[in-house]
Design a protein around this ligand. Structure first.
Ligand code: MRU
Length: 350
C-alpha cells in the first residue's frame, strides 16, 4: 500500500538485510528498521517491531533465509535448524509464523547443500508474495459482503501492516472503498497495545476511509444502538473445527454481535488454518509482559515518545494477547479461495 505516495511492503529482504516498517512508532513517525542477521530479526518479532500474523510469518521466512545466507558452508543444516528453533520461540499463537519457518526449512533441506541459501531466499520471497496476493484476493471476496453505506466494526489491526500488503480484515474495506461504496469503520482501540487506535486508524486515514476509534468497551453500545451493520476481524490461528484465535477482546465482540443479530466475519488466508489443532482449546495463547497493561506508550506534547504508568506502583497485571472465539459465533470465514462456513475448515461445526 502507499505511504505518502510511495508503495511500501511491511517487510522485505534486501541482500542479507531484513528491512521492515517500525510499527511501534506509527502513527507518530514512519521509519524503516534494518536487521542484519536472523537473531536480530527474531528479536524484532518478539518485541513486536513487526507484528500481525502474516507479517511475522513473512518476517520469520526472511529470518530463515538470513540464516541460510549466514550458515557455515561445512555444516549449514545445523545452523539453519538452530535458527528455526530461535524463530519458533518468538511468539506462540500465530500459525503463519510456523507455516513460514517450516516451509523455508523444508525447501532448504530438500535441495543440494551448495544451493541452500539461494533456495531459502526464493522460498521466503515466495511466501511474502503469496501473502500479499492472498490479502488482495481476500479483499475481493470480502468486498462482496459489504453493501453501500455499510458501518463496520473491526478489532486490533488486520490491515496491510499485519501482513506483507493489503491485509485480511481491512482488505475487503479497501476494495469496497475503491469500488466507490460509502463506508464507515469503527476501529476498536484494542488495549493494551492499541493496534486499533494506532495502526488501523493510520491505515484507514491513509486510504481515505471514514472512521472513528472507539474505546474497546464502547462496541456493545453502538451495536445495541443499531449503528453497526457487520463485524470483520482477522485471525492468528483457526482450529480444524472453525474456532478462531484472534487479538484479546475478539471473543466478547463476537458474543455481542450474535446477541444483537449482527454478522461476524473472520478474514484470514488459508495458511492461518491449523489442522493439528482440533479445537480452539488446543491453540497456545501468548501471555505478554504486564508492562503492556500497566503503561501507555505515545507521544507527549513536546513531541517526545514516552510511556506513562496508569496503575498503582504495587499493582500487577495479567496480559493474555489473544482469545478464542468458538465457531458458533462466526458467520463465515473470508479466505483467498472465497467465503466458507467455519465448519468447512476441518471437522464438524460445534
Ligand atoms: O499481537 P499482534 O499485534 O501480532 O496480533 C495480531 C493481530 O494483529 C490480530 O490478532 C489480528 O486481528 C489478526 S492477525 C492479522
Amino acid at each position: 500500500m502507499n505511504v505518502r505516495g510511495e508503495h511500501y511492503r511491511t517487510v522485505w529482504l534486501e541482500r542479507r538485510t531484513v528491512r521492515m516498517i517500525n510499527q511501534p512508532l506509527i502513527p507518530h513517525s514512519f521509519e524503516i528498521v534494518d536487521l542484519k542477521d536472523y537473531r536480530e530479526t527474531a528479536e524484532a518479532i518478539r518485541n513486536m517491531v513487526v507484528r500481525g500474523a502474516g507479517a511475522i510469518g513473512a518476517t520469520a521466512g526472511f529470518g530463515m533465509a538470513q540464516a541460510a545466507l549466514q550458515a557455515p558452508a561445512e555444516d549449514p543444516v545445523a545452523f539453519i535448524e538452530k535458527a528455526a528453533e530461535v524463530l519458533r520461540a518468538t511468539r506462540p499463537t500465530a500459525q503463519d509464523l510456523f507455516y513460514a519457518i517450516d516451509r523455508v526449512l523444508a525447501a532448504a533441506l530438500a535441495g543440494p547443500r551448495e544451493r541452500i541459501a539461494e533456495i531459502a531466499v526464493a522460498e521466503a520471497n515466495a511466501i511474502a508474495d503469496e501473502g500479499a496476493e492472498r490479502g488482495e484476493a481476500i479483499g475481493k471476496a470480502g468486498a462482496e459482503l459489504i453493501k453501500d453505506g455499510c458501518r463496520i466494526l473491526t478489532h486490533c489491526n488486520a490491515g496491510w501492516l499485519a501482513f506483507v500488503d493489503w491485509g485480511s480484515a481491512l482488505s475487503p474495506i479497501y476494495v469496497a472503498r475503491r469500488q466507490g461504496k460509502r463506508l464507515f469503520v469503527f476501529a476498536d482501540e484494542t488495549r493494551p497495545r492499541c493496534q486499533g487506535a494506532r495502526l488501523t486508524a493510520w491505515e484507514l486515514a491513509g486510504e481515505g476511509v471514514p472512521h472513528a476509534v472507539i474505546a474497546d468497551n464502547a462496541a456493545g453500545h453502538y451495536m445495541r444502538a443499531g449503528e453497526i451493520d457487520m463485524v470483520i476481524v482477522g485471525s492468528d490461528r483457526i482450529a480444524a473445527n472453525g474456532d478462531v484465535a484472534n487479538k484479546i477482546g475478539t471473543y466478547e465482540k463476537a458474543v455481542l454481535a450474535k446477541e444483537n443479530g449482527i454478522p461476524f466475519y473472520v478474514a484470514a488466508p488459508t495458511s492461518t488454518i491449523d489442522m493439528n489443532c482440533p479445537t480452539g482449546d488446543d491453540i497456545p495463547i501468548e501471555e505478554r509482559s504486564e508492562d503492556e497493561v500497566l503503561y501507555m506508550f505515545g507521544k507527549d506534547d513536546e513531541g517526545k515518545m514516552t510511556r506513562a504508568r496508569i496503575a498503582p506502583a504495587e499493582t500487577h497485571a495479567r496480559n493474555p494477547a489473544f482469545d478464542v472465539t468458538p465457531a458458533k459465533y462466526v458467520t463465515a470465514i473470508i479466505t483467498e479461495n472465497g467465503i466458507v462456513e467455519p465448519g468447512e475448515t476441518g471437522t464438524e461445526r460445534e
